[in-house]
Design a protein around this ligand. Structure first.
Ligand code: ITT
Ligand code: MG
Length: 198
């Protein structure tokens, strides 16, 4: 399909860059859009797909290179899928610790069986800013929200996300382990297939 050596990652999130580059290996070099601009586009879409495409187009426009975007988040069953696309902004832009505290509070006294959640990741790749056919790949990761934070790895909501297949939080997984089984790993697996990288 496409022969890509360099991609701009349309993200200002260092955690994502690290994970996605580790998954891609040496064959494709990811360069952060931060090299060109520190301004984050407003995520005005109503879905992960819309926001991923919006971020990818913006990065391709600014850099003049093909661009990959990751729009992701945590959908909690008890909260009707919230915070969802608003996961990064759940506590009004106060950051990961505040987001996690707000989530724990929202699920206070909610029993185990009702604490189901999934991490969602949508990757969008555009060849240029006006690409009419973005490549879209989605990955889900099912788990449960813990009652207290645990673990030091990862970023965002990882300390609160219990991973049933490993019986630990996703922040307790080594980076290599998380990158084998996460929502992002699943989406990236599909993307690598689409790009003929595997
Ligand atoms: O938009 P960019 O610049 O890529 O960076 P962002 O951090 O704003 O990213 P999103 O808009 O996609 O919001 C994703 C949110 O979901 C959370 N999230 C996504 N993937 C995660 C993961 O693997 N582990 C923990 N939290 C994750 C993350 O902490 C953010 O709060
Ligand atoms: Mg964002």
């Amino acid at each position: 399909m496409m022969n890509i050596k360099q991609l701009v990652l349309a993200s200002h999130n260092a955690g994502k860059l690290k994970e996605l580059q580790a998954m891609l290996g040496d064959s494709v070099q990811l360069r952060s859009i931060g090299e060109w601009s520190k301004v984050e586009p407003e995520e005005t879409g109503l879905s992960f797909v819309e926001n991923a495409i919006l971020k990818a187009r913006n990065a391709a426009r600014i850099s003049g290179l093909p661009a990959l975007a990751d729009d992701s988040g945590l959908a909690v069953d008890f909260l009707g899928g919230a915070p969802g696309i608003y996961s990064a902004r759940y506590a009004d832009g106060q950051g990961d610790a505040a987001n996690n505290a707000k989530l724990l509070d929202a699920l206070k006294d909610v029993p185990q069986a009702e604490r189901g959640a999934q991490f969602v990741c949508v990757l969008a790749l555009v060849r240029h800013a006006d690409d009419p056919l973005p490549i879209l790949c989605e990955g889900l990761w099912h788990g449960r929200i813990l009652t207290a934070a645990s673990g030091e790895h990862g970023f965002g909501y990882d300390p609160l996300f219990w991973v049933p297949e490993r019986d630990c939080s996703s922040a307790e997984l080594s980076p290599a382990d998380k990158n084998q089984i996460s929502h992002r790993a699943r989406a990236m697996d599909l993307l690598r297939q689409r790009l003929g990288l595997k």
